[in-house]
Structure formats: C-alpha cells, structure tokens
Design a protein around this ligand. Structure first.
Ligand SMILES: [Cu+2]
Length: 247
C-alpha cells in the first residue's frame, strides 16, 4: 500500500510512523469504498422499479447493516486509540525542553516565510510591531543586546540533519499553515499564538515549504525551502550570515 500512495521522501525521524498510520487509514477507506460501492450497486439492482412497482416504506430488514456499522466504528476507535493518540502524545505533546534543540522562530505573512535564528547567544532578540517594514519584516529591534547577533532569512530555512529542531510558529496577519511534506510536518500558523513544532530531520537535501491554508490572493507563491544540511554546512551557513551581519 505504501508504494501506491506515492508519498514524498520520508525525511524525518517520525515520518515512518505517520506513513504507517496513513497506510492503515487508506486500507480502512479502501474496504469502505469497495464495500459501500458494492452495496450501492446491489441496492440499485435489488430495488429496481420493474421489480418494485410500489415503494417499500419499511426499507431494509435484518441486522446486517448495523453489524457492519459497528465493525466500522470499532476499526475507527482502534485507529484513534492505538495509533493516532499514542503517536500524538509521543511526537507532538512531548516537546523537548527549550534550549535542548536547534530553535528557530517562523513567522508567516502574506505571502512569505520569515525565519529568525537566535544567533550565537542562543537568545531571540526583541521584536516590535512598530519596527516592521519591508527591510525588517520581523520588526527585530537591533538595539536589544540579545538581537545584535540574530540571523533572519526569508523563504530559506536551514536546519542541521540528525538534530532535534523546535520551531516557534506564528503569523503576522492571517492563518497560514507550515507544510513540509518530506518532514511529515503540517501546522497552522495563527496570529496571536506561538505554536511549537518539533521534529528530527534525517535526510540532507532541499525540500519545499508550502503554505497549506488558502491565505489570500498570493497564496500560490507562498513557497519556501527547507535546507537540511550536515552539521558543518549548517555551521558555515550561520558563520556566513553572521559575517554579513557584521558588515
Ligand atoms: Cu499562507
């Protein structure tokens, strides 16, 4: 089944588990599709007007339909209770503590992705709405000592491979959604909220970031890239950005 789904490369540590749940859901849906489809065709034939000139107001008799309904319900409860909920608590709720991972702020806006790295001091500098303009889309206040070494990029997210990443996701305007199919990550960005998203990328390469909520007229061009790099390449990227900043 997994090969038939045509999923993108599995690029994060939890990807296999997501794919497994997707396979199970698709099996259930396939059985339902074939089952209900066959039942529909049967009903068309069995209750054709030639054989039933007068409509039956009683409809189907017998317990078969209820038994099938209960079977579907049980399958759905099993999927939820034994797969989805344990997955959620292990991979979404169990966020690693701040400071134990590579941290990035991701701020969505119509129609681009702003990335904010804390720099060498590991502290995110202050941001102010009053400082937001086209040169400073995050409104970063460089007078704040913690902001002096902060690195910002637009539409290019760089992350080291094999290390836990914690993204602090928010939005400047409307609801967007950070969709990184290869990372098996999708999380809405909601103005006024900072939502943590964490994962461990495990394949180097460049992958697409697509906004996954229709967020306005330019939604189609709200496209970024996540670059999963070796440790050395990631450190080079930070060093180069720091050099640009110093100039
Ligand atoms: Cu968007």
């Amino acid at each position: 089944m997994l090969e038939w789904l045509g999923l993108p490369v599995a690029g994060s540590a939890h990807a296999a588990e997501v794919d497994h749940i997707m396979v199970l859901v698709h099996w259930l849906m396939l059985v339902l599709f074939v089952g209900w489809g066959a039942f529909f065709v049967f009903v068309l034939y069995r209750f054709r007007s030639r054989r039933n000139p007068k409509a039956s107001y009683q409809g189907v008799r017998g317990q078969f339909a209820s038994v099938v309904e209960v079977g579907v319900l049980v399958a759905e409860i099993v999927l939820l209770a034994f797969f989805s909920i344990p997955f959620w608590s292990a991979n979404v709720d169990a966020k690693p503590p701040d400071g134990a991972a590579t941290e990035v702020r991701v701020v969505a806006e119509q129609f681009s992705w702003n990335f904010h790295y804390p720099g060498a001091d590991g502290k995110f500098g202050r941001t102010l709405i009053s400082l937001v303009d086209s040169d400073n889309p995050l409104g970063l206040d460089r007078r704040d000592p913690a902001a002096k070494d902060d690195i910002t990029t637009i539409n290019q997210l760089h992350l080291p491979v094999g290390r836990t990443v914690v993204i602090h996701l928010s939005s400047k305007d409307v609801i967007h959604s950070l969709g990184m199919a290869e990372m098996r990550v999708k999380q809405d960005a909601i103005p006024g909220m900072e939502i943590p998203v964490w994962f461990v990328p495990n394949k180097t390469g460049q992958y697409e970031i697509a906004c996954s909520q229709l967020c306005g007229i330019g939604h189609f061009r709200m496209r970024g890239f996540v670059n999963i790099q070796s440790d050395a390449d990631f450190r080079n990227f930070l060093a180069e950005e720091a050099k640009l900043l110093a100039q």
